[in-house]
Design a protein. Structure first.
Lengths: 229, 229
């Protein structure tokens, strides 16, 4: 299995966490989506990461489609630990939260943070490169506080974000937070419940791959890989 | 069952078509998302249509989540006519196309068309109201040609858009096209295969509700409700 991804694309990070939970080690192929390479556009005309490619299977574009496919082909084998719960009503709640993090938190927080602070370092000026936009960063850093409080509120009420058990919702929230955390942009002191929940997710062996990521010339925040932050 | 929708929101139209295929007649509650009413935000914090509300079930926000829920709770009963096919590989293809229409075609075509030509008529100036933006309309009208050709290419190769049978993919594409068609913004002469495929979808009894929609003071294009256009 191959995963076309970017190490700091939060949707790709979600799929890496998910594959690790299934015990699958994909071959990782790094994509810089702003280069709009024809080979990658042929694989996914929308030009976005992640894309999963498995032999004899049509390429699966996007975190949502990959997650549904993995649940359908491997989910039942996890039994009680299934990451998209069995009951339709619980599935609504898990999918609702995943959509919230992948769309709303992405737009409010991780898209601007990752674009301005990471992707722009690699973009040429005609690809949108240049110095970070201070206004966009300021907005993202204000927005993350609300998302962190919401995560804390869920974690306090429910143990895991969507209910009693770890689900796609935890992996999605953690994927987005982890990208911001690398950059030192998560104000952990805002919400102790969110911090304690993230410490639990981050301590899972399946998180190791993501904690080993690094950008040449831009080391992670001091607490990024620290399980006891 | 209640569906919070707007008659010209393409994602809401998709759900109305889907519910009709399942033989469900929801109570329709019209929402003007730009008013950001607290009652609606309580139902769906992201503030977007559609939202499905069924007794004893958490409210389901968004076309994708509603479609998955309906498939899980009613899909099997359709047997051979199941709208999200049974095999995981076929499900990837159906979901890929649905995502393409709901995200890419929406961004390129129906979001600007519907916003500029319909929603803005009802928005106050502090809600973003005003005359249509000619540049946005020109771009949308150029973009629809490519989407129409892609639909034609799929329809010619496959009978229905994702394969041998009607699926979510056909309903999604038809929902977006129908909103543009009301406005007279579909250049049907660009692709005969797309036109013939749309004529087949539009002739289904489940399409009647949508063809009866109208905006006071803004009648539909001459061919909108014409099955033999």
């Amino acid at each position: 299995m191959q995963l076309y991804h970017h190490p700091f694309c939060p949707h790709s990070r979600f799929v890496r966490l998910l594959l690790a939970e299934y015990g699958i080690e994909p071959e990782l192929v790094e994509v810089r989506v702003w280069e709009r390479k024809p080979e990658f556009l042929a694989l996914n005309p929308s030009g976005e990461t992640p894309v999963m490619v498995e032999e004899h299977v049509p390429s699966a574009p996007g975190a949502a489609i990959i997650a549904e496919y993995l649940d359908e082909t491997r989910g039942l084998a996890l039994g009680d630990r299934r990451l998209l719960p069995h009951a339709p009503l619980e599935r609504i709640e898990v999918r609702r939260l995943v959509q919230w993090f992948h769309e709303k938190m992405f737009l409010d927080v991780t898209e601007p943070l990752v674009r301005e602070r990471i992707y722009k370092r690699y973009m040429k000026s005609d690809q949108g490169g240049g110095p970070p936009d201070a206004t966009a960063l300021r907005a993202a850093r204000a927005n993350i506080r609300y998302h962190l409080k919401y995560i804390g509120w869920l974690a306090k009420a429910r143990n895991w974000l969507a209910g009693d058990r770890l689900s796609h919702a935890d992996l999605a929230a953690a994927a987005h937070l982890s990208a911001a955390d690398y950059l030192g942009d998560v104000p952990w002191d805002v919400d102790e419940d969110a911090r304690a929940w993230y410490a639990r997710v981050k301590s899972r062996p399946t998180f190791r791959g993501i904690l080993a990521d690094s950008i040449p010339g831009m080391p992670p925040s001091a607490t990024y890989a620290d399980l006891d932050f």
